[in-house]
Design a protein around this ligand. Structure first.
Ligand code: HEC
Ligand code: HEC
Ligand code: HEC
Length: 131
């Protein structure tokens, strides 16, 4: 009555279809953004670290930038002391973008993916890049 072969074939096809979204992603660009960290400045770093720990930067870089702006513009503070005690000059262009000089491959890559369009570059100079 039951056709074992067909059922097994059906299960195999089902599993293949169910797995497709995973295998189908391999090799496709822009499925999840992979911000490029390969810049001349970052290559020179002995310890590959950002101003604050990576997880914090991923989630909170916009609030850090707001804080930097307030410190610079309102309090005229020019130096930021990071949580590990390292000191950074407060500057979007000369600090963040010196290391992340590949704005297109870094900032833009994530922002395009999430549909965020920071308006900062209306005034602040973006790094000069090819392409
Ligand atoms: C001294 C060089 C340097 C400076 C200055 C710097 N970064 Fe970074 N940044 C890095 C490195 C290296 C990483 C990768 C960190 C890691 O893997 O732990 C990183 C990671 C990040 C990430 C997380 C990316 C990810 O998904 O892994 C964001 C966002 C970021 N930086 C934004 C900024 C912003 C905004 C500023 C300025 C406030 C800044 N960075 C200043 C070197 C720098
Ligand atoms: C790992 C991905 C990622 C990287 C890399 C990244 N961003 Fe973002 N950025 C985001 C996301 C996601 C948001 C939106 C967060 C939200 O709305 O809560 C955002 C928001 C912002 C905002 C606030 C914009 C707004 O309209 O609210 C600024 C400013 C910003 N990013 C600057 C930068 C700069 C400068 C760089 C490069 C140095 C950078 N980001 C790199 C993911 C990233
Ligand atoms: C309408 C023009 C304008 C826009 C848009 C703008 N800024 Fe600024 N920003 C300025 C000016 C002017 C200063 C003060 C520069 C100085 O004191 O040298 C400044 C200072 C800053 C500073 C501290 C000093 C420095 O040189 O980096 C940070 C950080 C900053 N802005 C971040 C941002 C971010 C992040 C955005 C986008 C969310 C943004 N700004 C959008 C005009 C602008």
């Amino acid at each position: 009555m039951y056709n074992g072969g067909k059922i097994i074939l059906g299960i195999v096809i089902f599993l293949a279809l169910a797995a497709y979204p995973f295998f189908g992603d391999i090799g496709k660009a822009n499925v999840t953004p992979e911000p490029n960290l390969d810049t001349p400045e970052i290559r020179k770093l002995e310890e590959k670290k950002c101003v604050e720990p990576e997880e914090f930067m991923k989630a909170e870089h916009m609030s850090l930038l707001n804080k930097w702006r307030d410190l610079a513009v309102r309090d005229e503070t020019t130096v930021y002391v990071a949580s590990d005690g390292d000191r950074y000059k407060i500057s979007l262009q000369n600090t963040c973008m010196r290391c992340h000089s590949n704005k297109k491959e870094f900032c833009d890559k994530c922002h395009e993916y999430t549909g965020v369009k920071p308006y900062c570059w209306d005034c602040h100079l973006a790094p000069k890049e090819g392409k």
